[in-house]
Design a protein around this ligand. Structure first.
Ligand code: EPZ
Length: 430
């Protein structure tokens, strides 16, 4: 099994190119089944989650052609199966986007219940509520969510909580429904807006994406399109925090600075310099970092997907910081690993109380999920001595060439498979 071998201590310095947003790519790829015409998508990240989704789509008869590492051509005119059920698809959360997309077009979809990172209970009641409001029957049987409708009819839907997934799924189903749907208390994340733009480029009539009321006038059918996915806000934020954690100087390129505002604000608060240009942001951490408080919130608040990264930075900052996780109840599982590297953090429910320490020391650690895994790698890059990071399959779900991009910034990190490889790495870097 592959692991990362890391020798910490080098500040990360340089420029790094940010890829397409995983959490926009997943619904956009799924939504491409909503037309029989050909769809061409650029800036698709080559990460495990998008590849698993594409394989599942291929499996049900979607013609999937990779025309380049980040370009995909899809044609769904020959779908032969409205049941998506295989072991792989259960591993990704985004499998459920095929429900909204296929229900919209075929008025029928059966998809294995989603898995994804183990960061909390991850209910789907709001998705179900939305589908039912549009007139679909929804049942859960034998591990599948089954939806069927004679016809879908627009409706006024109030989401009980802000959910990215439910907003996206209901928006897709409503796109081909009869009449108008209004989704209130919708999620405002950049990937929700990107999906709406993608659907509109196929002939949909969606207004208000990016605000908390989305209005969708149903259309009869969608047509083919060419579309480029937005840059990944969380990949960019991760590298911005890598600069803070390793006391480095990193420029993230090909980003939309507006999407990074909450991240930038926290970096400034803890004492980093942040310089923005049109499509890049530079973070310089030349002074000691200091404490702050942060609470994760739906966009435009501080993202839950950046919570482990800021915690790793705050645990190396002077003073006492408090981090409150308000989206997922189980997102502090990495804290035990960080403690083994010398951090002083007490978790009480959804709050972490952090007493800053002056250094981490290397250790053997496991990635418990995608973002926590990336954050632990950054802790190891700042730590004195060597670390081994296990379970990197989680990191590969959402970061393309993570170790290569870190290497290009001067990190001493390598993929290894055996203890012997690790010893060789030590000899080379010692
Ligand atoms: C998306 O998950 C992302 N995943 C997550 O990214 C991200 O952490 C999350 O949004 C929040 O931004 C993808 O885009 C594939 P939610 P999602 O529905 O859609 C509760 C990453 O690291 N809820 O916004 O599953 C839910 O339990 C991943 O890239 C209900 O109660 O998140 C949670 O507490 C991890 N009922 C909260 O809402 C529902 O029907 C927000 O969940 C739906 C959600």
């Amino acid at each position: 099994m592959q692991q990362y071998a890391i020798r910490g201590g080098n500040p990360l310095v340089g420029e790094v190119e940010i890829g397409g947003a995983k959490n926009a790519a997943l619904p956009i790829l799924a939504a491409s089944v909503m037309t029989d015409e050909t769809v061409y998508i650029e800036n698709v990240p080559d990460v495990r989650d998008t590849n698993v989704l594409l394989a599942a789509m291929d499996n049900i008869g979607v013609m999937v052609k990779r025309t380049g590492r980040h370009e995909v051509t899809l044609n769904a005119s020959q779908i032969h199966n409205l049941v998506v059920d295989n072991d792989n698809i259960k591993k990704i959360r985004a499998s459920y986007y095929l429900i909204g997309a296929m229900l919209a077009k075929y008025k029928h979809a059966e998809v294995a219940l989603p898995g994804g990172c183990d960061i909390g209970s991850r209910a789907i009641d709001q998705h179900i509520k939305g589908f039912r409001a549009l007139g679909a029957e929804v049942t859960i049987e034998h591990g599948l969510i089954k939806t069927k409708a004679e016809r879908l009819v627009g409706s006024h839907i109030y989401m009980d909580l802000v959910s990215v997934g439910a907003t996206i799924n209901v928006m897709m189903a409503a796109t081909l429904a009869e009449g108008t749907t209004i989704i209130e208390n919708s999620a405002k994340e950049p990937h929700v807006v990107d999906l709406a733009n993608f659907l509109n480029s196929m002939g949909a009539n969606i207004k208000g994406a990016g605000t908390d009321v989305i209005r969708i006038k149903g259309v009869e059918k969608l047509h083919g399109t060419e579309y480029a996915i937005i840059p990944d806000q969380i990949e960019a934020g991760t590298f911005m925090f890598a600069a803070a954690i390793t006391k480095g100087d990193v420029t993230v390129k090909n980003v939309i600075p507006k999407h990074l505002e909450s991240i930038t604000a926290k970096l400034l608060e803890i004492g980093c310099e942040v310089k923005e240009a049109d499509d890049c942001v530079r973070v310089v951490a030349s002074k000691p970092l200091h404490h702050t408080h942060v609470k994760t919130l739906p966009y435009p608040g501080f993202p839950t997907d950046m919570q482990p990264q800021i915690t790793v930075a705050l645990a190396l900052s002077q003073g006492t910081s408090i981090v409150t996780e308000s989206i997922f109840e189980n997102r502090f599982r990495y804290v035990d690993e960080l403690t083994r590297m010398g951090a002083s953090i007490k978790v009480e429910g959804t709050t972490a109380i952090i007493e800053g320490v002056s250094r981490y020391t290397g250790a053997s650690i496991s990635a418990p999920d995608l973002r926590a895994g990336a954050a632990l790698v950054m802790a190891a890059l700042a730590a004195e001595g060597y670390s081994m990071v296990d379970d990197i399959k989680y990191i590969e779900r959402g970061y393309e060439d993570f170790h290569l991009k870190l290497q290009s910034l001067g990190a001493q990190i390598e993929l290894v498979e055996t203890e012997r490889d690790f010893q060789k790495f030590k000899l080379k870097t010692g």
